[in-house]
Design a binder for this molecule. Sequence first.
Ligand SMILES: C[S@@+](CC[C@H](N)C(=O)[O-])C[C@H]1O[C@@H](n2cnc3c(N)ncnc32)[C@H](O)[C@@H]1O
Length: 326
Amino acid sequence: MDLSLFRRVQSRCPACRAAGLAITNTQSEIISEGVFLCQSCGSQFPVLAGTPVLPPDPARWLTENLHLVMAQKIEDDATKALVGALLGPETYFNIIRQQQASYAYDHYGDGLTGFDAPTGTIRSILLDGLARLPSLPDGIALDLGCAVGRTTFDIATALKRPSIGIDLNWGLLAIAREVRDHNIVDIPLRRSGHHYERHRIKVDYPGAANVDFWISDAMALPIADDSIAFISAMNIVDCVPEPVRLLREIRRALTTGGRALIVTPLDWAAHATPPAQWVGGADALASLIEAEGLRITFRADVPWSLRLHDRALMQYSAAVYDCICA
Ligand SMILES: C[S@@+](CC[C@H](N)C(=O)[O-])C[C@H]1O[C@@H](n2cnc3c(N)ncnc32)[C@H](O)[C@@H]1O
């Protein structure tokens, strides 16, 4: 993690919400391990493999995810294939692998040789949204639910300012971090069943030095009020337990005149969002966005597709909202 980028954010403890998180045990600016301390409530947050882990309840996140952090260290393809086959399809190891395959292809598939470039990508939706942006106030950008991170690089490049990718999923963020740290995209392309084919692509994104990735909950961001110039929240509204809390957090973090790009296929699932919290359609979501204090300046429905394997492609119609924090 890059501490100089962290210092450009006015941090706030995700547990007690008081100002100021301090790193306790390093003199270096680029750190792979360390401990953040909240000087108000005493909560501590680890930095693991170069990634700060800043959810409101770090003990819970570690209990649920440390096995995935360790699993990421399995590098050899044959070993990975065996572990995946032994564990079976419904285990986190394989669920995350499928997610890595789908999102890595959607974000970085334009660099694969021998495969058709993906169409209807989240990148194309983002680039259209960035092209509609007027000039922004000062401040950094956040990419909420950034997954494997291509959009975070695009935002940093287009806006020429720091861009922090936020996600809770270690396996997806690990792909983003590999791009940030080594300019390598590691795509575990799923061909069928247990059969994954590893593709490694060398890339060079101009905005990369201005990018970092944090494990953090988009509903409890570790940053101060009124401090962010641009937030992208793409395909995350229907993935969180409380969509309204997410909208409130976007509003809280944006500075006056700041912009948000909210995109969602409204594809609710009970394992992510309790049905009582589902929002009944694009108009209902627009009303909630405005009720939380964001003014919508543009709306559209756009195609977005996600590859599952050689013979399966999910096709969505995503609702797009450009918003201003007035
Ligand atoms: C459907 S994926 C979309 C990923 C990416 N934005 C895209 O459109 O390609 C949703 C992402 O949001 C992340 N996510 C879900 N809940 C989150 C939360 N509370 N805080 C941060 N990220 C979250 C998931 O881990 C996942 O990477």
